[in-house]
Design a protein around this ligand. Structure first.
Ligand code: GTP
Ligand code: ZN
Length: 382
């Protein structure tokens, strides 16, 4: 087996590929009594718990999870779930073994949030993911467009592709919810639909609208199959409010790996109890563990994340994430805060002219709710 770190799926990388330019840290002076960083095996951080990192590696001896700590020289460099790191030392993964992280590869993406909108302190949720699955239920719990809109802004800001996944469509037809996004080209997966649809495509968003029981049932098999195919070969992160079916989905997708795998390596218990993000390897379509060290498909669970504070995202970037409204930005006066009643803000005229369709006024209201909560919301501050 070739060394992990050399066989990445090229689709995931661009010119800023971590392999294409040598890591700055890789050229640090070497000392005799340590393994050189050039010998580091590259692995993926699957979770972080109180300064201990679980790293998934693969080499001649197979794939496994090891526990590692950061080398002293990386003290100031945060390591997060999803990171690709170089590890040295005891890579056996045996009980009590501890390896050392000596290098953090450049990140292709960083999904970040602030605690709330008035806070600009960055919390990195996860690194290197390329898909954000925003999971909501059609009912029970009621879907909140505010949550979806925030997540869309975070995805847009991070350059991560969002997918809106709607569960529990057996309880309610999600047509009303989807109408909110009709003027976005947003990929939507719903239970009851055989294929991914896009909100821009009204026909395919139609549901079969059966009236289901008023309680909880199992995750829809069609949705599961669609997601399995859609997420293959990707590193995805799953966010959603409590009760929409995230655990149900993760268990179904990950199969036995979740129960028997590295979850226990972190906590020593049967469940992942830390609130930090946890990357779960997904089996490929042949049913085998698709992760060859760093490669393969991963789905990152984010148990601690209930919302996305947008304190870090520039106001104009927030507007840009509302693709149906963003063209109006060109006509806003310089320094426009896009707040309600702001003189000359072009958003009102844009929506009034019908450019954003029937859902335009609601979308603008949602955008302004996001902008209002920010610390820079006061006029004049930017
Ligand atoms: N009716 C219906 N129920 C579903 C569907 N998908 C999941 N459920 C049920 O919804 C309930 C909540 O699912 P969970 O997987 O625990 O939800 P969660 O998002 O992980 O919630 P937290 O663990 O609190 O974050 C479970 O009883 C599932 O069986 C669906 O498509 N339709
Ligand atoms: Zn404006």
């Amino acid at each position: 087996m070739s060394r992990p770190g050399r066989d990445f799926d090229p689709r995931r990388w661009d010119e800023s590929d971590v392999r294409a330019r040598p890591s700055k840290k890789g050229s640090r002076p070497r000392t005799k009594d340590r393994p050189t960083h050039g010998e580091a095996v590259v692995g993926r951080v699957v979770t972080v718990d109180r300064g201990r990192y679980t790293v998934h590696i693969g080499d001649e001896d197979g794939t496994r999870d090891i526990t590692a700590m950061r080398a002293k020289e990386l003290r100031r460099n945060p390591v997060v779930t999803g990171d690709l790191v170089g590890v040295v030392g005891d890579l056996s993964g045996r009980e009590g073994s501890l390896a050392r992280i000596v290098r953090i590869e450049d990140r292709s993406t960083v999904l970040r949030r602030s605690a709330d909108d008035s806070d600009a302190y960055e919390r990195v949720v996860v690194a290197n993911v390329d898909i954000l699955v925003i999971m909501v239920a059609a009912a029970n719990p009621e879907p909140r467009t505010g949550f979806i809109d925030r997540a869309l802004v975070a995805a847009y800001d991070a350059g991560i592709e969002p997918i809106l996944c709607i569960t529990k469509t057996d309880l309610r037809d999600p047509a009303d919810l989807l109408s909110h996004y009709r003027h976005l080209d947003l990929e939507v997966l719903t239970s009851g639909a055989a294929e991914p649809a896009r909100t821009g495509d009204a026909e395919s968003a139609k549901m079969d609208g059966t009236d289901g029981p008023d309680g909880d049932a199992d995750l829809d098999a069609g949705l599961l199959a669609t997601l399995r195919t859609r997420l293959e070969g990707h590193i995805s992160v799953l966010v959603g409010p409590s009760g929409v079916g995230k655990s149900t989905l993760l268990n179904a997708l990950a199969g036995t790996r979740r129960a028997t795998g590295h979850v226990n390596a972190v906590t020593g218990r049967g469940r992942h109890t830390s609130s930090s993000a946890l990357a779960i390897p997904l089996p490929d379509s042949s049913g085998t563990d698709g992760t060859d060290g760093t490669d393969g498909s991963w789905l990152v669970d984010t148990p601690g994340i209930r919302s996305f504070g947008l304190g870090l995202v520039d106001r104009d970037r927030v507007v840009e994430a509302f693709e149906d409204l963003a063209p109006a930005l060109a006509d806003c006066p310089r320094g426009c805060l896009h707040a309600a009643g702001e003189p000359g803000c072009a958003l009102d005229a844009w929506v009034a002219a019908g450019h954003a369709g029937a859902s335009g006024p609601e979308r603008l209201a949602s955008l302004r709710r996001l902008l209002d909560g920010r610390s820079d919301a006061a006029a004049g501050e930017r």
